[in-house]
Design a protein around this ligand. Structure first.
Ligand code: HEM
Length: 261
């Protein structure tokens, strides 16, 4: 349990270090960061599948295997969307949002590659006899596909080739991802948190992800209400301006224009 809290806290710290002190080099050379992430994932998976276990490195391994760092980076991306466009924090994070999302996906691949093979050999029996696990797996797969699509379409060379409206619609599905991630955690951890011998670690993880999701939804709804109000104000001011100008300087009629000519 303490190990999990330390790993989760470490993940939040790493995500914030990338988002703040390292923001400039990250924006300038994102491929260096992606390369490091790919190398770390590769080395970890190599050791894992060849059966090497180093107890002292477990906290670092959990950061990857349990999806903590991927989730922390994804949280930075999503919470940025709840901030006022003019705020300093938003202006700091907005330029690296796409890069953070790609980095998050690369790191999440470790978690996917660790867990997915444990289900594959019994896929048939899972879908035939275990509806909850089948649902959990379906949600996990949907989440992974959506995550991949959103990240790949964030790569700049691809992004500029996609029509803006299509790209914008795709990016909106990141809200669906928040829901799917929460549902994935409910289904993946629910039994170990609240089943017969519910573990405290799973309960804390379940509670923490739920609180973060609820706070995110509240802040995002607040931002949407604020934006709608600001939009309505601008529209009514524009309408008032048009009304005032149209009544003060009437457009000359065709006849009067003809007379002047
Ligand atoms: C097919 C793909 C996936 C499979 C098979 C899968 C499987 C699992 C399993 C079995 C657990 C429970 C682990 C445990 O009991 O400790 C879990 C938890 C979790 N998964 Fe996934 N997952 C997948 C995709 C993803 C993706 C794309 C993310 C995105 C970040 C993600 C994030 C998480 C998180 C944050 C947890 C909670 C970990 C914890 O606190 O212990 N998963 N997943």
């Amino acid at each position: 349990m303490i190990d999990d809290v330390v790993s989760a806290a470490l993940s939040v710290v790493i995500a914030l270090v990338v988002a703040f002190p390292l923001a400039k080099p990250f924006k300038r050379h994102p491929w260096v960061f992606y390369g490091v992430a790919i190398a770390v994932v590769f080395i970890h998976l190599w050791y894992r599948f060849t059966g090497v276990y180093v107890a002292s490195l477990q906290r670092f391994v959990d950061i990857l295997t349990k999806g903590y760092l991927a989730a922390a980076l994804f949280a930075v991306v999503m919470f940025t969307g709840t901030m006022d466009e003019r705020s300093r924090l938003r202006r700091q994070l907005q330029p690296i949002r796409a890069e953070l999302s790609i980095l998050s996906f690369v790191l999440a691949l470790d978690h996917v590659i660790v867990f997915l093979p444990t289900y594959l050999p019994r896929l048939g029996s899972i879908f035939a006899h275990s509806p909850v696990i089948a649902m959990s797996l379906t949600v996990a797969l949907l989440l992974t596909v959506l995550y991949a699509v959103l990240s790949v379409t964030s790569v700049r060379v691809l992004r500029v080739r996609i029509p803006y409206r299509t790209w914008k619609a795709l990016q909106r599905s990141s809200y669906l991802m928040v829901g799917l991630l929460w549902l994935h955690i409910v289904l993946a951890l629910g039994r170990s948190a609240f089943g017969g011998h519910g573990s405290l670690a799973a309960q804390v993880a379940f509670g923490s992800y739920t609180v973060v999701t609820v706070v995110y939804v509240m802040l995002r709804v607040r931002k949407a209400v604020y934006d709608r109000r600001a939009h309505d104000e601008v529209r009514s001011e524009a309408a008032a301006y048009v009304r005032a100008n149209v009544t003060e300087t009437p457009i000359p009629s065709v006849e009067s224009q003809d007379r002047q000519a």
